[in-house]
Design a protein around this ligand. Structure first.
Ligand code: APR
Length: 268
């Protein structure tokens, strides 16, 4: 079911798609949500691509970010304030953002036993603030630090930064950096293993607010589909995966996901 009807009839078609999505979720064994920046757009956090996207407005990110960190981690740490100023719009939004009804709907689905896991590409910590429990942050979390060697993580708050770059207090051999995965940085092994395991168990994947152009995240739905699973896209716009999807909710996640939760509750 995809929504290409003229605006007039869209209400009816969206209503049907929401019914269909609820039915598919209720009939599935292991539903996983693959989440992108679009879920946090209604919390005021800018997305990356599209007309208002950060990369559209400020130019593509530095794809050698991680290479520069490895070359000179001390300098990376000394430059962190300048970086924050350069992406001031994003940092400001991240500091004030709160979960929106889309995050709360995913939390509700988890509480109802209808959603087993969230794989999020977002670093904004909004799933945790919404009360979701089963989360893998494939691109890290802005409120944490991570050892690049042993993957141990700590909250940024309270971590002693008396020497730069900070050495890992656990394995003592690695260097500690922000948990947010930089361009050019390998996805931490523990997070990647979680995502692969979840995708292998998944028989229905929700694609919520992602342009599905960044790998390896964009590969997970393709793997679920080729293993016989179903895909539900939740996005006001088409994506390269739209054609693979069984159901498309062509609208904002903050409006459509709560309607799916209502249908799931009514069907219990
Ligand atoms: N509800 C649902 N989807 C929305 C909404 C909304 N209210 N608003 C926008 N979208 C959709 C857009 O149509 C787009 O398809 O969210 C998607 C956002 O796409 P991107 O900005 O590319 O974000 P994302 O897919 O998360 O990017 C993946 O790229 O730059 C890296 O590390 C960054 O994690 C990010 C990764």
């Amino acid at each position: 079911m995809t929504l290409r009807e003229p605006p007039g009839e869209r209400g009816e078609a969206l209503e049907q798609a929401i019914e269909e999505a609820a039915r598919l979720i209720a009939a599935s064994r292991h539903v996983v949500a693959l989440v992108g920046a679009g879920l946090s757009a209604e919390s005021g956090v800018p997305t990356f691509r599209g007309p208002e996207g950060l990369w559209t407005k400020h130019g593509e990110p530095d794809l050698r970010d991680y290479e520069r960190f490895v070359e000179d981690p001390k300098r990376w740490w000394e430059m962190r304030r300048d970086r924050a100023n350069r992406l001031g719009e994003l940092v400001q939004a991240l500091e004030t953002a709160v979960p929106n009804p889309g995050h709360l709907a995913l939390r509700d689905m988890e509480e109802m036993g209808r959603l087993k896991h969230i794989i999020t590409q977002n670093i904004d910590n909004l799933h945790q603030l919404a009360g979701s429990q089963a989360i893998t942050e494939i691109h890290g979390n802005r409120t944490k630090l991570r050892c690049v060697l042993c993957n141990q993580r700590w909250p940024v708050e309270g971590f002693l930064l008396d020497e730069l770059p900070p050495k890992c207090p656990d394995c003592t051999a690695g260097i500690v950096k922000g948990d947010t995965v930089m361009f050019g940085e390998p996805i931490p092994r523990d997070a990647l293993d979680d995502c692969i395991n979840q995708s292998q168990m998944c028989d229905c994947m929700l694609l919520v607010g992602t342009s599905a152009v960044v790998y390896p995240a964009a590969q997970f739905p393709v793997d679920v589909k080729s293993a016989g699973g179903s895909l539900i896209e939740v996005n006001p716009n088409e994506t390269p995966l739209t054609g693979l999807c069984d159901v498309v909710l062509r609208g904002p996640a903050g409006e459509t996901l709560p309607l799916v939760v209502e249908k799931l509750r009514a069907a219990r």
